[in-house]
Design a protein. Structure first.
Length: 335
């Protein structure tokens, strides 16, 4: 059980953070599934992955814009994680090709993908929980000299490297307010601190593209602002961010661009404002809940006994709330 998050440990500074500018002008022509980007960092073509008779991913064309924060959203089972696994070399598609930073990544294994500058965060597994926070950080570095046989025979070389790694790790831990925990077992961290460690660990390899899988899942509200700020910092430092998330508030607040998946396909793309107004997006979420009355999904009508709330239902509820908030803001502006 992770320790609970406390506002003192990692909460945002008491001063309200200044809103940061969204990156715009990312696409060429009308926003639609597969729209070309001005400067894409990932370009995927005809990527398909099936599991038995089920098509989990069937993406005709997708470009992820460089230097921006892109959210990948969609109801449960839409294929988001499978697409993440394919793009990072953790799974292989039945067909399709894609490039990262102009280089083909088809068939490239995960460790090489990471060395090329595209990293993803990993959940702190049980095994990693038994290592200290600092040891976890060191594992995040790629291309260590110890991996190269001849150089690993010269102790002076790997000792120097170890010191450099530790310095870099401590710098990042300080930035993420985890430096005091460097010697603690990672398993002793709270849910939010684990997310921070996962992100800090990914940064050990100086990536160009950081891919975050549900960065807000299991994070206490006391830490959410701090996590959002860290993600916005990544963009400010020149990195590209791609994240999967069910939390629509987060998507609206930090994403410059949103890609919506449903049943393996990209069904909508655009800035968060337009995407959340797109009937195809609401349909995609509702489509995943045809068995439920809309009132149940949104919480207006109590769910029948035995019906389980799912992340998609919560996301749809969030989506509708966000749309209402946008409309209220629009009305306020036109007054
Ligand atoms: N290894 C696997 N074997 C069989 N089916 C799989 C496997 N991985 C994923 N699937 C199926 O592929 C579909 C897409 O799953 P995926 O996990 O990519 O969706 P998702 O959008 O990430 O969903 P969630 O938001 O619930 O995490 C689902 O129907 C899922 O059951």
């Amino acid at each position: 059980m992770p320790a609970p998050d406390t506002p003192e440990t990692n909460a945002a500074p008491p001063t309200a953070s200044t809103p940061r500018a969204k990156t715009t002008g990312l696409h060429v022509g009308d926003a639609a599934p597969g729209v070309a980007k001005v400067d894409p960092i990932i370009v995927a073509d005809g990527v398909r992955r099936t599991f038995g008779g089920l098509t989990a991913v069937d993406v005709d064309h997708l470009e992820i814009p460089r230097g921006a924060i892109t959210a990948l959203i969609g109801p449960n089972g839409a294929g988001k994680t499978t697409l993440f696994n394919l793009l990072t070399g953790f799974d292989r598609p039945n067909e399709g090709s894609w490039t990262f930073d102009g280089k083909s990544l088809s068939g490239v294994p995960a460790f090489k993908v990471a060395r090329m500058g595209q990293v993803r965060t990993f959940q702190l597994t049980k095994a990693l929980g038994l290592l200290t926070v600092l040891e976890n950080m060191k594992l995040g570095a790629t291309g260590q000299r110890g991996e190269r046989f001849w150089q690993s025979l010269i102790p002076a070389m790997w000792r120097k490297q170890d010191t450099e790694l530790e310095t870099r790790a401590m710098e990042l831990l300080t930035k993420f307010k985890l430096d005091a925990k460097a010697g603690d077992f990672a398993a002793s961290l709270s849910g939010g601190q684990r997310k921070l460690l996962e992100m800090a660990r990914a940064l050990m390899s100086d990536p160009k593209l950081v891919m975050l899988d549900e960065p807000m899942a299991g994070v206490n509200p006391a830490l959410t602002q701090s996590l959002l700020e860290h993600i916005l910092d990544l963009k400010e430092e020149g990195m590209t961010v791609l994240f999967v998330e069910h939390d629509m508030h987060m998507v609206r607040h930090i994403a410059d661009w949103v890609v919506v998946m449903a049943e393996g396909r990209v069904v909508a793309e655009g800035d968060p404002y337009s995407v959340m107004q797109d009937p195809a997006v609401i349909d995609a979420y509702l489509g995943a809940h045809q068995e439920l009355d809309l009132g149940v999904v949104t919480g207006r009508v109590p769910a029948p006994e035995g019906a389980e709330s799912s992340a998609s239902a919560e996301a749809l509820e969030d989506l509708l709330e966000e749309i209402q908030a946008e409309q209220a803001a629009d009305e306020e502006e036109t007054k």
